[in-house]
Design a protein around this ligand. Sequence first.
Ligand code: TXA
Ligand code: MG
Length: 349
Amino acid sequence: MQTKSKNVDINNIDEQILKVYADMLKNDKTVIFPTETVYGLGANALSETAVTKIYEAKGRPSDNPLIVHIAKKEHINKYVKKLNENAKKVIDAFWPGPITLVLEKKDIIPSKTSGGLNTVAIRMPSNKIANKLIDLAGVPIAAPSANISGRPSPTHAQHVYNEMNGRVDGIILSEDCTFGLESTVLDLTESTPMILRPGSITKEMLEEVVGEIKIDKSIESKDQNIKAKAPGMKYTHYSPNAEVYIVNGDGELLFSKINSLIEKDFESGMKIGVLCRAQNKSQYLKSKAEIICLGENLQEVAKNLFSSLIKCDELGLDIVYAEAFSSENEGFAIMNRLKKSAGYKIIEA
Ligand code: TXA
Ligand code: MG
């Protein structure tokens, strides 16, 4: 497939270019665009023909529902049966932004888009290119992360291009995504809201706005028998080609554990990588391993996590040791993605 790709500067948006891509979306074509979380692979959410192309481009199972992206807050009323008080509070506090609301859907949303569920996931992105594109298209845009199913979600223009060129009709390339992890998915169909996928809008932030928040049990468990309420959470995810291990520990104990693992693997001829906090960079044996800094704080780690996992493949690494993070605030979403990319393999230091 011939892919039309163009760069758009977020600080100086060329509307003429966006109009071309918006017309493609109107005509049931697929267009990748940047959002503040990860790049999205978009198509008209109201068209079964268009949505089918998303599943094909990603190689995604069709029981995994898509997020519907809108350009204006009030448009949610066109697609959900009822906006309850909690939903209104969350929208007022966090939209536009990295949180997706799950509510009972109206019939206008095709069952292909909602993966056969009677609910729909809706998000209003804050990225100006995303917002303008959806507005110009004049239709809601279904958009999963722009990766082949199972791979890390791209947050960096070159990674999107390498992964998806030839698989979609259009790609809009721009700066790195600011948050770097996919949106928080919040189920608002029950009286107590429930997080189905953790993200940059944290449990702590939501509790301040709506009070009690539940967390879907399947998020913290690798047990396949606990059914995930967000169907996408059950699939293998974020896996680079390298074998990833999380190493849990602090200070000297952590450093010496990782260094002894490096020594051992180096002996057997493996290409080794370490994913670490920027401040720990000099602690590891850089002559025997690639040291990849995730960042100095949780926001930076979230922003750089997926691009760092993709970098592990670019460097042809066989084995990667990742420092663990505490599960508070953004750490919960970071550890959720990291555990999945490691297939839940955790080494205690
Ligand atoms: O940040 C994001 O959310 C990105 C950008 C592009 O907006 N999109 C994204 O979409 O991550 P995707 O398709 O990769 O992940 C959507 C998640 C999946 O885990 C899916 O199962 C869940 O949301 N989901 C979608 N609709 C749902 C519904 N009606 N009920 C429960 N979970 C739903
Ligand atoms: Mg995804």
